[in-house]
Design a binder for this molecule. Structure first.
Ligand SMILES: [Zn+2]
Ligand SMILES: [Zn+2]
Length: 161
């Protein structure tokens, strides 16, 4: 793992095209949304980061405006609709650690990342990591071997709310 990631900057249209191509080809890829100062980008700007795992390439669209609405269709495309619940859906309980992080988020104390086993930003390669960058507490992690679906759904809802 080497952070910040080495990111090739693209326009939003080009980034969307690459995400669609990955989904159409059935190869591996995922997206992150990042805030200014995020450890994934090290950038003062917001970004949508697209990891094209099978290409070994990382692309980014950078902007100063909130990018979550533009990231959401790409997340659904690449992560599956089941990971992004709609606002009215009841959720299975998340883990205690992730609930604690969610409480910090609601206090405005930081932001989340969901890092899958092949994610280049994952400090625990081969495992799932829910990572929270807390402005006061530093980096918090919840690590698991299995895909933590209840945690992912809570975090995706918070990110894309
Ligand atoms: Zn971050
Ligand atoms: Zn990643």
């Amino acid at each position: 793992m080497k952070r910040p990631l080495s990111i090739r900057e693209l326009g939003y249209g080009e980034l969307s095209e690459r995400a669609r191509a990955i989904a159409a080809a059935g190869t591996r890829g995922h997206v992150h949304t990042t805030l200014p100062g995020c450890l994934i980008t090290g950038s003062p700007r917001r970004a949508i980061v697209l990891e094209a795992t099978d290409e070994g390439a990382v692309y980014g669209f950078f902007d100063d405006q909130p990018i979550e609405d533009r990231a959401k269709p790409l997340a659904i495309l690449l992560h599956g609709a089941d990971s992004v619940p709609d606002d009215h859906e009841a959720l299975e309980p998340a883990s205690a650690a992730v609930n604690t992080m969610a409480g910090r988020l609601r206090m405005g104390k930081g932001h989340f990342h969901i890092l899958n086993p092949v994610c280049l930003a994952n400090p625990n390669p081969g495992r799932w990591t829910i990572l929270f960058e807390d402005v006061e507490l530093g980096v918090l992690e919840s690590v698991s071997d299995e895909r933590p679906l209840a945690d992912i759904r809570l975090v995706e809802r918070l990110i894309y709310a």
